[in-house]
Design a protein around this ligand. Structure first.
Ligand code: C2E
Ligand code: MG
Ligand code: MG
Ligand code: MG
Length: 270
């Protein structure tokens, strides 16, 4: 009986592993094919100075526009691309697209990266091979959701890339691993306050106290602050009263493809 049980359990394990393995392999193949066909396209979400209503810059957010017309959002494929390392060629492809779009963009444009990009030295290499004034308008958003494993390499890359571009921001601030110590050790002086905290404005949520603490810390240490996920007038007013003027969110605009972004520029009051 024990032998039968053991056989049964191991065959179940093999089947599970095989399913997981083939799902993995086919996702990687799909992503690789998508890259070959240039299906990864940049969308842009504006960042607005709420005092003037002016566009100061935008965040590039990737969309996977598949051959069948389906638009796939990053949360559905970026985690796979990060695990397989395919995020590196995807980012390189997106940087080339941003480079071409830059003459039509207002202000700066930020590109999302994870620690892997820094550890691979990808950014300074790319920036050095594009020595044109326009790359000085590209900045990078490093998420704090993923830990940095090779700290020295990451630090060296930030130091090498910073003078060649518009600088680095710590993304999803308050939700992850590094927090205050990353900012200090990596020499980053710009933060994106995560939507999770903006959502607490006007509610009884205890995380509201964390938002106020983040803002106070930001002012105290002279951080540039961008609030993300701003959806309501109440949030705009609260943030402005606290001295946080750079806003990104559906209240102003969703992430847009280049043609719609230009339409937005031309039809916004400034
Ligand atoms: P993120 O960097 O924190 O980007 C903000 C996300 O919040 C975007 O989702 C944006 O569309 C969404 N958002 C902005 N304003 C609002 C709002 O007012 N309300 C709500 N409900 N959502 C809002 P998106 O485009 O789906 O991207 C999700 C995440 O995927 C990004 O989070 C970023 O971490 C990652 N990502 C996107 N593009 C890239 C990329 O090219 N490379 C890497 N490594 N990651 C990327
Ligand atoms: Mg971001
Ligand atoms: Mg963010
Ligand atoms: Mg976020």
């Amino acid at each position: 009986f024990l032998l039968i049980m053991a056989l049964l359990l191991s065959s179940i394990a093999v089947i599970f592993y095989w399913n997981w393995f083939s799902a993995r392999v086919s996702t990687d193949t799909l992503i690789q094919n998508g890259l070959k066909r240039k299906e990864f396209v940049p969308y842009y979400q504006v960042v607005i100075d709420c005092r003037t209503g002016q566009v100061v810059g935008q965040e590039m957010l990737v969309r996977w526009r598949r051959l069948d017309g389906v638009l796939v959002h990053p949360n559905q494929f970026i985690p796979y691309a990060e695990d397989s390392g395919l995020i590196l060629p995807i980012t390189e492809h997106l940087l080339e697209q941003v480079y071409l779009d830059l003459p039509q963009l207002k202000g700066w444009v930020s590109v999302n990266i994870i620690a892997q990009h820094l550890e691979a030295g990808l950014l300074s290499k790319w920036l050095l091979s594009h020595q044109d004034v326009r790359v000085k308008r590209i900045s990078f958003e490093l998420t704090e959701r993923k830990p940095i494993t090779e700290f020295e390499l990451a630090l060296a890359e930030i130091s090498a890339a910073s003078p060649l571009c518009h600088g680095f921001k710590l993304d999803d601030f308050g939700t992850g691993f590094g927090g205050f110590s990353y900012l200090h050790q990596l020499g980053i002086n710009s933060i994106k306050i995560d939507k999770m905290f903006i959502d607490t404005i006007g509610t009884e949520d205890l995380k509201g106290a964390v938002l106020d603490a983040i803002i106070a810390f930001g002012h105290e240490s002279n951080m540039d602050m961008v609030a993300e996920g701003v959806e309501t007038q109440v949030q705009v007013d609260y943030l402005a009263a606290k001295g946080v003027y750079l806003h990104q969110g559906y209240f102003y605009a969703e992430p847009l493809p280049l043609d719609k972004l230009i339409h937005f520029y031309n039809n916004s009051p400034h």
